[in-house]
Design a protein around this ligand. Structure first.
Ligand code: TYM
Length: 334
């Protein structure tokens, strides 16, 4: 029998999951769990590159696990774990720091953005973040890494590290590919269509979180920036009408309709009808996720059993790779 391919991805619990976290990666993961051997995790080690409130970080990590399950990631069919529970991540992260170049780390867009936003805390972790991400990926030897557009550069760096490392030591790591969805790879802020919708910045008005009250969601969409053009028609033109294009992307992802179908649906109706329709589609899309998340969150013992079993399985797979790496680079056997 042919072996299943492997897939892996993670999200930082650095803020409550947003519509961007959902439509970019999360929404696509459940469709893949039958076909791939999947690992999904809460990237808490990555979250602390920016200061976190400890209680909030703990709450969000567990809530994120409940949301993964509520979105359809059945723990019986895939491995769900908390990054810091699998010590091999930090260990391989260190090793790969020694195979990632200062110049390439300096070129990472996210490092430049985050340093500008956190000028008083440009710490070493923020800089070496991509080598930890490379370790997250390579420990599990995945074929595919599904991410949003903004993480593509980090997967590319991982591929460079694979090439460099394997070039010296032989075929230790499998070369991973990123998988970027066609619709929803970059959901923008509702108040600033030039900035991505983010868990941790651009204020409360620009984002919608998965647990927001339906009334709040409707208000956010009614207030969403469209465009200042006089045309006021729903037409997909990301260059000249980025606000409308973003809303159309959200609507397309939520309803499965194409841009042409959406243009036809709102032909002659203007933004006054379009914006609340997007809000309603989002509310309907996330209503079952919200209900399921609340139900799962009430069962702390179940969640604990899921992340314990997940860490055990992940650690078993990760250890195999780590041992191989340690041997290849010349660490004395334990
Ligand atoms: P993070 O937590 O910033 O984002 C998690 C995932 O969500 C995607 N994403 C978006 N997609 C569309 N529109 C948006 N507005 C939007 N915002 C975020 C991101 O592209 C990402 O796929 N470094 C990673 C976490 C990570 C990871 C890994 C991912 C750590 N190790 C290994 C894959 C493999 C991060 O900070 O993602």
């Amino acid at each position: 029998m042919e072996e299943k391919k492997t897939m892996l991805s993670g999200i930082k619990p650095s803020g409550d999951l947003t519509l961007g976290s959902y439509l970019g990666p999360l929404h696509h993961w459940p469709k893949m769990i039958e076909e791939y051997d999947c690992y999904f995790f809460m990237a808490d080690l990555h979250a602390i590159t920016v200061r976190q409130d400890p209680a909030a970080l703990r709450r969000r990590t567990i809530e994120q696990l409940a949301q993964y399950i509520a979105c359809g990631l059945d723990p019986e069919k895939c491995t769900l774990f908390i990054q810091s529970h699998v010590h091999q991540h930090a260990e391989l992260g260190w090793v790969l720091n020694c195979y990632a170049m200062f110049g390439e780390l300096s070129r990472m867009t996210q490092f430049k953005d985050k340093s500008a936003k956190n000028a008083d805390n440009i710490n070493g972790g923020l800089f070496t973040y991509p080598s930890l991400m490379a370790a997250d990926i390579l420990l599990y030897q995945p074929d595919l890494v599904p991410v949003g557009d903004d993480q593509k550069q980090h997967v590319e760096l991982t591929r460079n590290i694979v090439q460099r490392f394997n070039g010296v030591y032989g075929d230790v790591f499998k070369m991973p590919e990123s998988y970027i969805p066609k619709v929803g790879a970059r959901i923008m802020s509702l108040t600033d269509p030039a900035a991505k919708m983010s868990k941790s910045d651009n204020g409360d008005t620009g984002r919608v979180t998965l647990m927001d009250d339906p009334n709040v969601i409707m208000k956010q969409f009614k207030r969403a920036i469209t465009d200042s053009d006089t045309e006021r028609c729903v037409r997909y033109d990301p260059e000249n009408k980025p606000g409308v294009a973003n809303l159309m992307t959200i609507y397309a992802a939520a309803t499965g309709r194409s841009f042409a179908e959406i243009e036809q649906e709102f032909d002659g109706l203007g933004y006054g009808k379009f914006k609340p329709a997007v809000g309603e589609a989002v509310v309907e899309m996330i209503r079952p996720i919200q209900e399921e998340t609340r139900r799962i969150l009430a069962d702390k013992a179940y969640l604990e059993s899921v992340y314990r079993a997940g860490a055990e399985k992940a650690s078993y797979a990760a250890e195999k790779t780590l041992r191989k790496v340690y041997k290849k680079i010349g660490f004395a056997a334990r």
